[in-house]
Design a protein around this ligand. Structure first.
Ligand code: PEP
Ligand code: MG
Length: 547
């Protein structure tokens, strides 16, 4: 048995036989052409055919995986039409007198090098998209059709040095159990497609993969990012167990996908997803999230040396909003501090960071950091249904100050002629006992509340959420916390505002009935819990006495 490690891009276990995919060599010959204008005409025709192919792929993706996954091919079509890219090709044909294939290959190499050298991993991953559209153009110029992607009979596991997004889209879900690539990245469109299509996949396992034999047995563990070549019987047994469990979960998913979150007596509730970044948007969609209820934006600030720029943040917020296709996306402004420390913020060491400089306190103390994020959010607001919320609120003045800054940023953007949506909702997290207790005064200032039960519990019970040694004292359903939640819901509703729960208690099936009875409007939970909660809710009848 040989074990290869890479990056899991979609959780799932697949056991099967390998089908090695060697992309036909695309070495392009350079030759000079006598008639440059005729060569340009040939290039333009190839471009039109490539655009048609991309439209067909877009339509297939739209049918198979929906709007958000299909957008990738819309983006490819736009890249194909990009003026800079076209000009580079035309320029090479005109000035060097080279053939169109060679001009396209050179432009592809240059553009993909530019993307690869960018710092932002999202932009780096775009290099693969450029190569993909260029391969398509060259194939069309050579008069060849699309390559066969999958075996015709039993489901196989595709192993390739890399797969382009369009190759991934052409994988037949019935005949491809999983795929593994030697190269690739978790941010690539290929990875995003794998998640949207629900294909277990591991990328970046290294060149050893291509030493595997066609027909060899392989296990792909997309959860752990591991690949077992010719597995021993013990591993096979263990992974088969894991696969069955995973299958059970996926069957549930199929059964409840597309259904309402409604009890037997007709009470409805929204179930949204908690995410930390772009990577989980696919999981949110796959598990049928009604929206994003908590995007912990501080994850954009972690694991880096300097603040994310306005443009970097804008691109991420815009992508999430576009991917959610008009469903609500609640983005929480940065909640650094406490357990999420970031060196470049230069915060002083604190005895008790959970009660120190964190969340909205940092933002109000450093308006320039806050403004950058608010600008990025407001610029992105035109790309979907945005809601913004502030963390760690304890007072009326904090809400007023934060809203005032948001208004100023909005005015700046208006002056600069940058469009913003008028429909953006503004809310706050209720995660301190103070905020819950004065929620009647806070409700009129905002559009919604989202209850953060993780911090609300730690601050109400004076029990550090990080400290495992006090776990025995912690009652996660403590009456004090439940009363604060109920009070918050009532105050929100009195003011005509909606209220959700985005802390971990929202996913606690033992409390679902209780939250429904309180009138909570939305539960935001990790994606994998959405359909379990839907199952629970659809079997509840609030006309019965509470157990
Ligand atoms: C919470 O406190 O419940 C919450 C959702 O925020 P975080 O867990 O990110 O502190
Ligand atoms: Mg919190």
């Amino acid at each position: 048995m040989k074990v290869l490690s890479g990056k899991g891009v979609y959780g799932g276990i697949a056991i099967g036989k390998i089908s090695l995919f060697h992309r036909k060599s695309r070495s392009v010959t350079r030759y000079t052409v006598a008639d440059g204008e005729a060569e340009i005409h040939r290039f333009r025709q190839a471009k039109a055919v490539a655009a048609e192919e991309l439209t067909a792929l877009y339509e297939k993706a739209l049918r198979d995986i929906g709007e958000s996954g299909a957008q990738i091919f819309e983006i490819h079509r736009m890249m194909l039409e990009d003026d800079d890219y076209t000009d580079a090709v035309l320029h090479a044909i005109r000035t060097e007198g080279v053939n169109a294939e060679y001009a396209v290959a050179t432009a592809a190499e240059n553009f993909s090098m530019v993307f690869s050298s960018m710092e932002d991993p999202y932009m780096q991953a775009r290099a693969a998209d450029i190569r993909d559209i260029s391969h398509r153009l060259i194939r069309v110029l050579e008069g060849k059709g699309e390559e066969q992607m999958a075996p015709k009979e039993e489901p196989r596991i595709i192993c390739a040095d890399d797969l382009s997004p369009s190759e991934t889209m052409r994988l037949d879900r019935e005949l491809v159990a999983a795929f593994v690539t030697a190269d690739g990245s978790v941010n690539s469109h290929t990875a995003i497609l794998a998640r949207t299509m629900g294909i277990p996949a591991v990328v970046a396992v290294g060149g050893q993969l291509m030493e595997a034999r066609d027909g060899e047995t392989v296990i792909v563990d997309g959860f752990a990012g591991r690949v077992y070549l010719s597995p021993d019987s013990q591993t096979l047994e263990r992974m088969e167990e894991k696969r069955k469990e995973d299958q059970k979960e996926k069957d549930l998913l199929q059964k409840y996908k597309g259904m309402d979150n409604v009890t037997l007596d007709g009470t409805r509730i929204d179930i949204f997803a908690n995410i930390q970044g772009l990577r989980e948007v696919g999981a949110a969609l796959l598990h049928d999230a009604g929206g994003i209820g908590l995007f912990r934006s501080e994850f954009l600030y972690l694991d880096r040396r300097d603040f994310p720029t306005e443009e970097e943040q804008f691109q991420v917020y815009k992508t999430v909003l576009q991917s959610m296709g008009g469903k609500k996306v609640v983005i929480r402004t940065v909640d650094i501090g406490a357990d999420k420390q970031v060196g470049y913020f230069g915060l002083e060491r604190e005895e008790n960071p959970a009660m120190g400089m964190r969340g909205i306190r940092i933002c109000l103390n450093r308006p320039s950091v806050f403004r950058t994020q608010l600008r990025a959010l407001l610029r992105a607001s035109v790309f979907g249904k945005l809601a913004v919320m502030f963390p760690m609120i304890t007072s009326v003045s904090e809400v007023r100050d934060a809203m005032e800054l948001a208004t100023q940023v909005r005015q700046d953007l208006d002056r600069e002629g940058i469009p913003c949506s008028n429909r953006t909702e503004w809310g706050i997290m209720i995660e301190t006992p103070a905020a819950a207790l004065i929620s009647d005064r806070l409700a009129p200032l905002v559009d919604f509340f989202s209850i953060g039960t993780n911090d609300l519990t730690q601050y109400t019970l004076a029990m550090d959420r990080q400290n495992r040694s006090i776990a025995a004292f912690l009652d996660p359903h403590h009456e004090a916390v439940m009363r604060l939640i109920e009070m918050t819901v009532q105050h929100a509703h009195t003011a005509g505002k909606w209220v959700g729960i985005c802390g971990e208690l929202g996913a606690d099936g033992e409390l679902t009935e209780c939250f429904l009875r309180m009138g909570v409007d939305e539960l935001s939970v990790p994606p994998a819990y959405i359909l379990r909660l839907r199952d629970k809710i659809r079997n509840l009848d609030l006309r019965n006495d509470q157990k």
